[in-house]
Design a protein around this ligand. Sequence first.
Ligand SMILES: *Cc1c(COP(=O)(O)O)cnc(C)c1O
Length: 391
Amino acid sequence: MDKSRRSVVRRNIEPKNKGKPLVTPLSPTAVYHYQDADQLQEVYDNKSEGFTYSRYGNPNATILAEKISWMEGATSGVVTASGMTALSSVFLALLKAGDCLAAATQLYGQTLKVTGQILPRLGMQTTYFDASDSSTFSDAITAEIRIVITEIVSNPMLRITDFKALIKAAKEVGAIVLVDNTFTTPNGFRPLDYGADLVMHSVTKMLSGHSDLNLGYIGGNDPEILKKIDDLISTLGLNASPHNCWLAERGLQTFDIRIKKAQENASELAKVLLNHPKVTVVHYPELPLHPDHKLAQELLKNGFGTMVSFVLKGDRDNLNLFLRAAENIPYGPTLGDVATMIIIPSISSHRELSKEQRLELGIEDNLIRVSVGIESFDLIKEDFIDALAAS
Ligand SMILES: *Cc1c(COP(=O)(O)O)cnc(C)c1O
């Protein structure tokens, strides 16, 4: 190259290389350039494939979305900046002022804020049903309902949605069924196989698995619905960062073995807690005493999940003693991490409810929700036994 035309600002150096990288290359570029106007026009007109500007899509997001779609049995899917953007994009793309939706009473806290506060402010109304009690479906899921939303396993009580009955009720009125499958994961249940229209994830949690990013996913089998959602995501800029997608793809590679180990640990922990004198009640769908045990056996064919909730005997003082002693089990408002973590729903995720409202859901003050990790079980057991003794 003519020395006088060199500039470190210009990106005109590509090393010669016949090898293909083993690992997905990270593509942080915000923009793609083409040889001439015709080439770009073809891409805009969908006559040839290509990326143009990263708000409309980037290779790392496409690869990640495709892999999660495989796991969920979806023909198309898209990743977004977070779980909440995935969820919001469905409502904003498919509903308009005057439309109605039906939601389960036990959903992720911020989802309840969207359905109960934000959408009503925009002119949409929400009715609620108890997802594990099908007798409440017909009152909530009426002819006006456009979207029905539920989670298969609820937080933090781990109640199970009567999904076959819910699908039936929704299909009778022609509503779109959206499942937030974050808690359950495609290992536990694949909603699209049972007739759901859309499945979403907070990829932040178990799918990526290392608490180092925020991402969401939304997928389904109807290309027209997905196109509307994809359009809204790129227009409003709810798109995912390539860095996060790259990291999430790496996390996803170990999903199968992580969930297997975490689930084994959760099952063992539930049994240890069940027989402990400092514990008044244990919530885990595998336990025969769980109110939805039969439904869980019917729907969760690959095990009962990685979350366990239990009530510690005593009052706030006992709780503080437990937490101080459980110094190796971090208190953190997330789930699905490689490490075991706990939260106290009454003072975090459900603090905005009154005590009466919490008790109605079964959330006692000393309820502890455990997201069980992949450590050796001996270690987890020892930490819990020690903390319980100290409480
Ligand atoms: C965390 C979570 C969300 C929100 O996801 P973000 O990635 O934090 O935006 C939605 N639903 C469930 C069940 C979650 O656990």
